[in-house]
Structure formats: C-alpha cells, structure tokens
Write a protein that binds this ligand. Structure first.
Ligand code: ZN
Length: 299
C-alpha cells in the first residue's frame, strides 16, 4: 500500500485518564492504525507515563516518523505552557508534559482538555457527525463539556471554554469544589449524587433502573437540572445538537425523557430552533479519537 497517502508522517493521540491511559496512532489523514491502553495506576510517575507512551508510539510507527501528538488531559491545564497543573484524579502537579513528550519523541506536541477532545472526537467520528454547531457534555463523576462552533472547537480566550459543570443553576445552592455556590456540578455530578444519597452513583442508577421510587426521584431531579442547563446553553449558543457522554449516559433511558421534557418546556425556545439531544457513540475511545483529530489539525 506504499505511496497511498500524501505524507508518510504519522499522528498520535494520547488520552490521559485517571483510570486508563490510551494511545492511538494514525496516518496523516487521521485513519487509525493502532490503539493501545494501560492502567494509569501502573505508571507511577509522569516520566513513566511519557516513557510508556513514547515506547508504544515507537513500536507501532513502523518506519514512519510521528509528526504531531496531542495529549488529552483532565483540567486544569495550562495550554500555552503545555503544563498539567493539578488534575483531580491524578496525584501529579505542575508537570511540563509537552516538553517531556517532545523530548521523548521529537514530535510537535500539544496539550488539550480531555472533554474538548472527546467532543471533537464525537463531532468528527461519532454522534455529532454532519453538524456544524454542537455542544458535547460529559456527565460522570464531574460534569464537563466541549463546544464546536461553526465546525471548529471553541476553546475561548484562555482555553477554558465549555466548563458547563460550573454554570450556576442556583446562587443559593451548595458550595462547589471550585468555590462557587450552586454550580450544576454541585447538584448532579456523580460525586454530588453519592454525597446526597449515601450510595455510589452506579448503585443509585441501578436502583432507579430496578424501579426504586426514591432513587428514581433523585435521578429525575438530576435530569431536570441538566435540562435547565440545556435551556441556558441553547439560549447562549444555539447549537443544532447536544451530544452527551460519560457514565450517566449509559443510563440513557432513565435521564433522557426528563432532560428533553425540560428542554421542551421552555416557551422561548420554539420547536424550529430546538436542538437534538443524542447519546455519545464512541464511549471511552472519544478522547483518543479527538486527540488524533487535534494532532491532524495542528500538525
Ligand atoms: Zn463549580
């Protein structure tokens, strides 16, 4: 198949999660050729993670060079300096990941927000395909998002656009970890639901699915708060589609009806401009797929 692609240089996307690290390699046109993962806990230090990822990239690139790499990481991150600041799910602080990965591979490296990359993945290869304006929401232990505006990822003036979880739903609500009061996340994140009910979010959703009345009420209330956030996002951004990923999207039948009913209850958002609401399609792979796409765009 030699000579089939315009350039022989390759791309890589790395998704650095609290549970797993994933590496994907692709041709310069974005077509994936390899995908590898390992448990984050097996990589004790940032250098061990960089060495593992660089080793896997080297093993799968064949004779071709890897030109561009994107690392998707949980915020807060410093995009300009390429530094992982202090991710909530990792015991690492102020890690200059871009410089480290650049030294290990010789490639052009950039750091990006993991929810942005998952959104970009869904936009190009998942549930958002064919749209131009899309809001990606991840609803899991936290709530995050990624904005696609006019076909492009919108990162904002400081790279922090799309912090949907920190939209204030009720200024008198509970104090969030971020210091604000009444953030969406403080009401409906998996962590908040566990604190409220004394059960893990997984147990809560399992009980709701089994018909437990109290669990159903808690889940419906959470879905209503998310629906209110969808109304505000629609008014601010006028998207064609919301794509929702994260652990809670696995319980789609429990949350979708209330979310869509709440969105439809707005008299201001007429049916003609009401966005669609779809479940994400790429699952755990969204971050690495988006990271490869970002590496392609920025190569
Ligand atoms: Zn907050």
């Amino acid at each position: 198949m030699k000579g089939h692609y315009p350039s022989r240089a390759m791309l890589a996307g790395i998704d650095l999660g609290g549970t797993q690290v994933r590496v994907a390699l692709a041709r310069s046109d974005g077509h994936l050729v390899a995908s590898i993962k390992t448990k984050t806990a097996l990589l004790a230090t940032p250098q061990a993670m960089v060495d593992w990822a660089a080793g896997e990239i080297d093993r799968h690139r064949g004779r071709e060079k890897v030109r561009s790499i994107t690392i998707a990481a949980p915020g807060p991150i410093d995009i300009k300096r390429g530094v992982l600041v202090n991710p909530p799910n990792l015991p690492w602080q102020n890690v200059p990941l871009v410089a480290m990965m650049g030294r290990a591979t010789g490639a052009k490296v950039q750091l990006a927000n993991d929810a942005d990359m998952a959104g970009l993945g869904e936009f190009h290869h998942g549930a958002g395909r064919g749209s131009r304006n899309m809001v990606y929401i991840t609803w899991s232990t936290g709530v995050g998002g990624g904005l696609i505006i006019d076909g492009k990822l919108h990162r904002g003036a400081h790279g922090t656009a799309g912090e949907i979880g920190h939209m204030i739903i009720d200024p008198n609500g509970p104090l969030d970890n971020c210091g604000q009061r009444g953030c969406l996340e403080a009401f409906i994140s998996g962590t908040a639901l566990a604190r409220e009910t004394g059960h893990t979010a997984a147990e809560l959703f399992a009980a709701a699915a089994a018909g437990d009345r109290q669990a159903r009420l808690v889940v419906e209330q959470a879905a209503r708060y998310m629906g209110i956030a969808l109304i505000s996002l629609t008014n601010a951004l006028d998207p064609e589609i919301f794509v929702m990923g994260g652990g809670v999207s696995r319980s789609w039948a429990l949350v979708y009806p209330t979310m869509i009913e709440t969105l439809r209850s707005s008299p201001f958002i007429k049916p003609a401009r009401r966005p669609r609401l779809r479940r994400a399609r790429l699952g755990d792979r969204a971050g690495q797929v988006g990271a490869v796409e970002w590496a392609r765009i920025n190569q």
